[in-house]
Design a protein around this ligand. Sequence first.
Ligand SMILES: Cc1cc2nc3c(=O)[nH]c(=O)nc-3n(C[C@H](O)[C@H](O)[C@H](O)COP(=O)(O)OP(=O)(O)OC[C@H]3O[C@@H](n4cnc5c(N)ncnc54)[C@H](O)[C@@H]3O)c2cc1C
Length: 411
Amino acid sequence: MVSERAGSSEEANDGAQLNHAVAERLEPVARDERDEYVLVGGGLQNALIALALLERRPDTRLTLIEREPELGGNHTWCLHEGDVPAELSSVVASLMERRWPAHDVIFPRARRRLPSAYLALTSAGLRRALSSRFASAPAARLLTANVLAVEPGRAVLQGGAAVHGQLLVDARGPGQLAARAAGYQKFLGLELELSSGTAPELPLLMDASVPQLDGFRFVYVLPWAPARVLVEDTYYSTSPELDRPLLRERVLAYAAGRGMQVRSVLREEHGVLPLPSELPEPASPAGLVCAGYAGGLFHPTTGYSMPVALRFAAFLAARPAAAALGADYQRWRAAHARQVRFCLLLNRMLFGAFAPEERYHVLERFYGLPQSTIRRFYALETLASDRARIICGRPPRGFSMRRWLAGGAPA
Ligand SMILES: Cc1cc2nc3c(=O)[nH]c(=O)nc-3n(C[C@H](O)[C@H](O)[C@H](O)COP(=O)(O)OP(=O)(O)OC[C@H]3O[C@@H](n4cnc5c(N)ncnc54)[C@H](O)[C@@H]3O)c2cc1C
């Protein structure tokens, strides 16, 4: 998937870079030969859509447009194995770099091992999978260009050129999310090579036994190998500020405190994900759908987007582009919106009714619930009974109705 500048393209020039060989095949683009799909934003969501479409039909006419020189950013993405839709099991298998049979959580007064498998992939693996899939897809092309506007039927590139398609999928990432944030999930992770000591055997999704600073704080530990581990310092905070030097120090201090001596830092990743209190449904005019984090297709409380991104990719791949946004889509979206509404309430409560240093009680209580409820919550597949379990009964310690009614101000 080599991106080269294609100065001769009628459709896209002026700052756009094309996969040359494929671009030549597609030129000139007659109106009735326009792409079936134009995927705007080459991150997780559209990468999964491209892989799902091309696996089903390698001759799908699609253009994937990314403004950065590389697709997929710099991420480690994890998901629970149960979140993989059956239709996408081979796509996911081609992406997965590590599988663990279980995972752990630790809180000040509780620890628990959950026997549900956990999977991890990286941006580098995503790029490899896309590269190999595009290489055998005669009508798929990658365009490196900054998209200024996405409209039904076309994406307008910087410089004024446009790429036309039957269905535009706008997935330009968390930065494009039009929502009011209740708070943020922010984190910095270092992938460490160890000289002595060993990483835990299983992923530690939350180690909240650490000092509670800047909101609910936990450390996330992903043991790639006995001597290679990703350690992420994570906060549920009302501030989006990320003090990277400070968090680097805290990650290294955490590793040292767990007996892991660091030989070198192999890579770093960070994120500031808005966790909304309100999430307006994006308009969906014919021929255009907003997806991924930007389109509200993520879990408002965990910030995870993988389960919904996979589901949406499977949904699109099962339908022709021209018929993708019909009544089925409205039903699919309404079911997602119902799940989202519950999480928005939780976010308002988490950030509004608890003092920052008390927020961990909510998660500590949550992890005492039945495993099936926890699984469905992460997957955004809660049943009414799960929602009742999560919200009813004695509230977690630290809950303050007065604080909540006062808009999150100290009680
Ligand atoms: C470091 C990190 C780790 C995460 N880990 C997990 C995890 O383990 N599990 C999980 O479920 N979720 C995780 N998330 C949350 C979520 O899954 C990711 O944010 C995910 O990448 C969102 O996918 P997306 O396709 O919506 O957006 P992105 O992956 O951010 O992709 C958007 C793409 O659009 C491009 N773009 C933006 N504007 C334009 C433009 N004008 N023109 C062209 N291209 C443009 C961007 O460059 C980017 O490549 C993580 C997030 C981060 C930041």
